[in-house]
Design a protein around this ligand. Structure first.
Ligand code: SF4
Length: 322
């Protein structure tokens, strides 16, 4: 019986090394670059952002030790979550059977690492878990529903790992587990079904080939998010990335007053302070240029290429600046 464990470890190390070293054709896509095109616009990554990244443009985000610190906290939080599942497995009956597993999805030319695969000790069924540590601002956005990019990643993982049966059990769901890096007032007063203040989750499943998300306020159906839609969009982005010029912007850094008013009328302004600013402006006669509010798409706000895209680099094509 000697050295059985070492032999298993040896086999596991070979498999691990192989999975991190698969033959990837040139540039691979990364999970946060997933998106789909819908009749109302894009859900997920901006093609132009992917173009900047693939062409090797430097991120316009200045080197900031605070970003590094946040990223490191994210890594520790993920380890903490794994540790928590291990320590409490006798009671939760859930055990992390795989952690930080590298993957390469041929059909989407996508590579990355999956965070955790949990096994239900009693039934043997499996579930994937993607751990996301979030700032106070992102916490406020992701309390009622997950970030769509995070959900698309989990949907792609679910599709791949449920079909491949790599972990040897029935896998039909993938959780996004959010962990807030700070105790915000919003969290303390949140109307959320999670009994843990800084930890909450959403469950991603597949129904008739499309994505569904369970949230505290009910199940959200995304009929436009299917595996084929992900493939089609990926092909569109791949084609755009072959061009020398960047594709058009798919998000806005700053909305016009008219766009803000439209969002107000459709009750799409997320924060009360923004609604109040619009109401104040309307009451004062809605004069052009006097709305004291700057709003834009979250995707642009956090995009590492936003300065390149909107300010600094002006690329000329047929005399047009874009
Ligand atoms: S700044 Fe906005 S529009 Fe420009 S590449 Fe980034 S996400 Fe796309």
């Amino acid at each position: 019986m000697a050295n059985q464990l070492a032999a298993k470890l040896h086999r596991g190390m070979i498999e691990y090394a192989n999975s991190t070293n698969v033959d990837k054709p040139g540039v691979t896509n990364w999970p946060s670059s997933l998106s789909v095109r819908t009749p109302d616009g894009i859900l997920g990554a901006c093609a132009r952002k992917v173009w900047y990244s693939r062409k090797g443009y430097p991120s316009s985000r200045e080197v900031n030790p605070n970003y590094l610190f946040s990223a490191m906290m994210g890594d520790y939080i993920e380890s903490l979550v794994v540790d928590l599942f291990q320590r409490t497995s006798a009671w939760t009956r859930l055990f992390p059977i795989a952690v930080q597993t590298p993957f390469y999805l041929e059909d989407m030319n996508l590579s990355g690492k999956i965070d955790i695969i949990l096994e239900n000790i009693d039934s043997g069924s499996l579930a994937g878990v993607d751990v996301k540590s979030v700032s106070a601002f992102k916490t406020s956005l992701c309390l009622p529903r997950p970030d769509i990019s995070n959900a698309l990643q989990c949907f792609a993982y679910l599709h791949y790992f449920s079909e491949k049966n790599i972990f040897g059990g029935h896998l039909d769901r993938w959780y996004i587990l959010y962990v807030s890096r700070s105790e915000t007032w919003e969290l303390k007063s949140k109307k959320n079904t999670s009994p843990l203040m800084q930890i909450w989750d959403f469950c991603i499943e597949k129904k008739d080939d499309h994505m569904v998300i369970s949230t505290p306020s009910g199940v959200l159906e995304y009929p436009e998010v299917s595996v084929s839609a992900l493939h089609e969009r990926q092909a569109e982005i791949d084609k755009a990335c072959q061009a020398d010029d960047p594709p058009p912007r798919e998000y806005k850094l700053k909305y016009s007053e008219e766009e803000i008013l439209g969002k107000y009328k459709q009750d799409k302004l997320r924060f009360k302070k923004d609604k109040t600013a619009v109401e104040k402006w309307l009451k004062a006669g809605a004069k052009e240029g006097e709305l004291d509010l700057e709003l834009g798409d979250f995707e642009c706000m956090v995009c590492p290429y936003k300065d390149l895209c909107w300010n600094e680099v002006r690329l000329e094509r047929s005399g047009t600046l874009f």
